[in-house]
Each structure stands twice: as structure tokens, then as C-alpha cells.
Design a binder for this molecule. Sequence first.
Ligand code: NAP
Length: 307
Amino acid sequence: MSLLALLKGRRGASGFGYASTAEEVTAGLDLSGRTILVTGVTSGLGRETARVLALRGAHVIGTGRSADSAREILATFGPNTTAVACELSEPASVRAAAATVTALGVPLDAVILNAGIMALPRLERKYGYELQFFTNHIGHFILMQGLQDSLTPGARVVALSSTAHHGAPRGGIEFDNLTGEKGYGAWRAYGQAKFANLLFAKELARRFEGTGRTANAVHPGVIITNLARHLNPVMKFGFGVASVVMCKTVEQGAATQCYVAVHPGVARISGQYFDDCNVAAPRADAADAATARKLWEVSEAIAARFA
Ligand SMILES: NC(=O)c1ccc[n+]([C@@H]2O[C@H](COP(=O)([O-])OP(=O)(O)OC[C@H]3O[C@@H](n4cnc5c(N)ncnc54)[C@H](OP(=O)(O)O)[C@@H]3O)[C@@H](O)[C@H]2O)c1
């Protein structure tokens, strides 16, 4: 048996592993009566996550860049779904999304911050900020600001990070280069955004201490989805090779976020990074509480610009 086959068949302490699917990790769970918000349900992992959570009986609130795009997908998962417009790179849209969810008056048992973009080949900015950082991190940060009061006492927040966080600059976040003007690399910027997602979960977990709520970050695996849409041909080739070697199916890729969001075994775990449905070790400097706190404060200041 090859090393890869062994890796793919391996299961960790949770009883799940690389090859587990979202359906497997939620098998036997009755999620009726629970409401779970998932960002980015129009494609890839978000779509599969929404499908499986709805299959298990949860009321799924799914966001898309437009309500119509989310509704079109969610309608195929049954009647217990709600579509909300949330364009993450537009703070006004994000705040409107949070207000719409709050107005529903339905407490959220889990929030899965799934939507994202990857490795834009050239520097792009929104409101002066590098677009991957602004979309993947600041967009979700503003969303969570607006959803704070909608969380149940035991709510779980799951942030999609990535093993690509290893490609972030030294220290994780270049606070003096959030515009990208002092230098830009597609993977470096994606790595930084995913590092930010990880730090966000760490700091949120710290702020949740003593409340019963949890926050964790996950790496879903490497999965061929629309995420690769921005890559140039050379980058696409590299991603394709990595995917062929390590590739998970979308069903497997959605497993870790579903596991962390709803499995009883994770109810009391907070501030961790999960890979293959098990707690894993992120890059060493991702444990730096001071950086996580600084990112939070910088993010608050950025968000305040759009209040
Ligand atoms: N696939 C992988 O190998 C992999 C590995 C590690 C981490 N991840 C992470 O997993 C998450 C899901 O990725 P995926 O592979 O499922 O990608 P995907 O198929 O491209 O789906 C991304 C989702 O995010 C939405 N989105 C993108 N930009 C947005 C914006 N500005 N505002 C609102 N929504 C936006 C997309 O909406 P549209 O359909 O309208 O574009 C789509 O619903 C991402 O956070 C990614 O970083 C993926």
C-alpha cells in the first residue's frame, strides 16, 4: 500500500479522517431545530456543507453575492433554507446581511465562515485594502460583528482557513502592508488572508471564554472547486498537480467544517485548528496571542471606517 493510500485511509482520534465525507461525519445527527449560517453556498464546499446540514434537518441560512444566486442553490436542498445576499467585499452588503439575519429573529447555533477567493494573480484592492484580506477576513469580521447578538449560548463559529496559511509572511500579518503596495505575491496574500482567518478564530475563542460558545478554524483539504478560477495557467497547473496528488472530493472537503460545526465531540473544543476532522498544529506563530489581538483591533478600526 502506498504512503498516500495509507494517509487517505488513516483516521484520527475523532474517528474520522482524510476520506470522511460530510455525510459520514454527520450520520445519525438530528439537527432539526438548529439554525446554521453558511457563507458562500453557491459553489464548492459551502454548497455541499449547506446540502448536508439541511439533509440532517437544520435550518440553513446560506449567503451568496446575491440572494437569487443563493436561493437557486438552496431551493434544491428543501424548504428549510433561507437565502441572504452578502457580498463580502462590500461592507454595506455585509452589514445588510447581518441585519437581515438578525431581523429573522432566529438564534444561530453555528456560523460557518466559508466564502472566499484565492490567489488573485495581480494585486487588486477594495477601499484601499488588498482584496483577499478584505474579502476573506474583513468581510467575515464585519459579518460576525453584526451577528454577535444572534448567537445561541452554545454557538459554534467555524472559520475556513487553509494549509496555505503556511505561505503567509513572517509573523503572519504584514500590518504595514494591508494595501499590498509594499509588495504583492498571489499565494503570499492568500496565505496572509487565511492566516487572518485562523487568528480571528483564535481571538474570538479567547473572547468567548466562559460563555459556552466556541470558535475554531479549519483546513478542508485540497479540493478542485471554482476557487482556482483566478489562477493563471501556470498556477492552475501547479494547483492541479497538488490536487491530483492530494485531492479530496467536494464531499470529503466539506467534512471538517461540518464536523466542527455540529458534531457533539467538538462541543467544548475552542481556539483550535482542524485538519481531516481532527485537531492539528498550525504554523507556530499562529499561536501568538498578541498578533491575534492586534489583528482584531486593526480589523475593528477598518470596520469602523464603514460603519
Ligand atoms: N478548495 C480548496 O482546495 C480549499 C483549500 C483550503 C481552503 N479552502 C477554503 O474553503 C473555502 C471555500 O472554498 P471552495 O473551494 O468551496 O471555493 P469556491 O467553490 O470558489 O466557493 C467559494 C464561495 O465563496 C463565494 N465568494 C467568493 N467571493 C465572494 C465575495 N466577494 N462575496 C461573497 N461571496 C464570495 C463564492 O461565490 P460565487 O460563486 O458567487 O463566486 C462561492 O460561493 C474558501 O474560504 C477557501 O479559502 C479551500
